[in-house]
Design a binder for this molecule. Structure first.
Ligand code: TEU
Length: 572
């Protein structure tokens, strides 16, 4: 019998992101690798995730930890070999999971042969594969700034022009207007799909089409270079390029694939276009609004603190925007974001576990595909940074140097870095209480968070009330409850600065997701319709299995999911 495949299988899936460098080191060089991942697949299977997304493992000079690729068809020796990749992929499939590659094609490494060729001469056949411009008045062609500080242009003395790099100078931007570039990207994707991978997470894929003429961004006083979002976010041809890519790569191909677009600055309106199935572009996008609410928009290290009402407003408006058309990705964490329990939760000992579980409950109760970033399922926290030398990430290092050089406030810069630095997410995975948290037998490339002695996988795998067990339960719920996938989303108490609550409803069922996002207890009126509702999941011991009143008494960081039947008010 022919099994009919559901093209939208990813709507009920949960994705787990691995940052290979920090996951598990089998070779004893202090850096995680593919064989290390292979050895930990049973752990992921027991967590229950469906899809594994690997941050880049291709050959790379590692200027930006692999987001600078010099060969798209090979594995970096740091991580292993193609044969080890094949073995990993085979085992992932045997265990019933899927594997997604990170596709970084807005830019390459400056050491990629395409760029080496492109910079070799102004008449090189690959000159037009990148974005080269003459100087303007003896300086940069426009005022665009790099995400990693300084201008987005690098002077090339040999050929007397600048090239564009929205990220590091070792990450030159490809020129997607050139059809040969688009064909080359399609060929890479086909090559990996032929190898058996199940899809792609596409890095900054809404940056690939730049505004005609590369106009200056509106100036910001005191800043010679500004990140010119208007110049490259959701640009003029991006939808055409993505539709073409999807058509050329996936049309007629058998299998269950997933495509996820990473899209800083994307608006809900644009996200709906990117993910409208009728347009054939992408399955889902990562938007950035909810991870931008606690810092200044022009300087991410200028930390402003959290306003829960704004955070709720943001995620809720994305739920509404993609309710009828399109699809959300749901995430708190990835390799670019500080740890959520330290950021939006409370990592003090008494509240650490409850707040990690509460935030997980809120996210996994929403409509969209949840993503879990390695260590999040253990409630891993931010690293206790004390000085500038502890930061390894080029974004942090460049920013700090810029502050020092411009005579800025170094103390404030360090405080901001400690809160927001990407290295918070990149410390090694905490497997056990042994040396280096069981991550490596050597010196790890980035220090292990000192709390690994009690915060580790082994300590949690045996405990029924662990953060890990809570993630397991949430993932199981996602698989078992169609209402979590399809149910309508309705926010409650939107203006409450401490309670996060919403309902999910289908014609015959309803769920209430409610969390107290603070230390102080709260009594919350939820109305008679929830009397008799069953507790599907809670995060504190002793919560009654059924609600018996029109109000709930919530302890600090109490989070619950109740299940009721739509239109039924049982009388007790
Ligand atoms: O990140 C895109 C991005 O714009 C930011 O999230 C970035 O991490 C930075 O914090 C901006 O301040 C993607 C990757 O996820 C990131 O790791 C890469 O460094 C970047 O693209 C370049 O490839």
């Amino acid at each position: 019998m022919k099994v009919r495949r559901d093209p939208a299988w990813w709507k009920s899936a949960v994705v787990y992101q691995i940052y290979p460098r920090s996951f598990a080191d089998s070779s004893g060089d202090g850096i995680g690798d593919l064989a290390g991942i292979l050895g930990r697949l049973d752990y992921l299977r027991s967590l229950g995730v469906d899809v594994i997304w690997l941050s880049p493992i291709y050959r790379s000079p590692q200027a930006d930890n692999g987001y600078d690729i010099s060969d798209y068809r090979d594995i970096d020796p740091l991580f292993g070999t193609l044969a080890e990749f094949d073995a990993l992929l085979a085992r992932v499939h045997e265990l019933g999971m899927k594997l997604v590659m990170d596709l970084v094609v807005n830019h390459t490494s400056d050491e990629h042969p395409w760029f080496v060729e492109s910079r070799s001469s102004r008449v090189s056949p690959k000159r037009d594969w990148y974005i080269w411009r003459d100087a303007r008045d003896g300086a940069e062609p426009n005022n665009w700034g790099s995400f990693f500080s300084g201008p987005a242009w690098q002077w090339d003395p040999a050929t007397g022009q600048y090239y564009l790099h929205l990220f590091d100078r070792k990450q030159p931007d490809l020129n997607w207007e050139n059809p040969q570039v688009r064909k080359a990207v399609q060929d890479i994707m086909v090559w990996w799909l032929d190898r058996g991978v199940d899809g792609f997470r596409m890095d900054v894929i809404n940056f690939i089409s730049k505004t005609e003429g590369l106009p200056d961004a509106p100036a910001i006083p005191g800043h010679p270079f500004v990140i010119a979002f208007e110049g490259f976010v959701d640009g003029p041809h991006v939808h055409d390029y993505l539709a073409e890519l999807t058509r050329e790569v996936f049309e007629g191909r058998q299998g269950d694939f997933i495509t996820i677009g990473e899209m800083p600055g994307v608006t809900p309106e644009q996200a709906r276009l990117y993910t409208d199935p009728a347009r054939g572009e992408l399955n889902m996008v990562f938007q950035f609004e909810h991870v931008s609410v606690d810092h200044s928009l022009t300087n991410k290290f200028d930390y402003r603190g959290l306003d829960l009402v704004v955070l709720k407003w943001s995620l809720h408006r994305w739920q509404a925007a993609l309710a009828d058309t399109g699809w959300n990705s749901l995430y708190w964490n990835n390799h670019d974001q500080p740890r959520v329990v330290s950021r939006f939760g409370d990592d003090a000992p008494d509240y650490w576990a409850a707040s990690a579980k509460a935030l997980a409950t809120i996210l996994h109760g929403m409509r969209g595909t949840p993503f879990v970033y390695q260590g999040e399922e253990l409630g891993m926290t931010n690293y206790p940074f004390r000085n500038a030398q502890e930061h390894k990430d080029l974004e942090a290092v460049n920013y700090y140097n810029e502050v020092v050089e411009s005579g800025g406030d170094q103390r404030a810069a360090l405080a901001g870095l400690a809160r927001v630095s990407r290295d918070n997410a990149r410390t090694p995975m905490q497997w056990d209480a042994g040396p280096n948290a069981g991550f490596t037998s050597a010196d790890p490339w980035l220090p292990v968070n000192p709390n690994y002695t009690w915060l580790n996988a082994v300590a949690q795998l045996d405990a029924a009330d662990s953060v890990f067990a809570h993630y397991q339960a949430l993932i199981r719920l996602r698989h078992e409850s169609a209402i979590l996938v399809d149910g309508d989303f309705t926010p409650l108490m939107a203006e409450d600065p401490q309670i996060w609550a919403y309902t999910r409803t289908t014609p015959d069922r309803k769920l209430l997701v409610i969390a107290n996002c603070g230390r102080g207890p709260r009594t919350v009126e939820i109305g008679p319709e929830w009397i008799g509702a069953d507790l599907l999941l809670g995060n504190l011991p002793g919560t009654p299995a059924t609600s018996t009143s029109t109000s709930l008494d919530l302890a600090g960081w109490d989070a619950r999911i109740y299940s009721g039947r739509a239109g039924v008010h049982p009388v007790r």
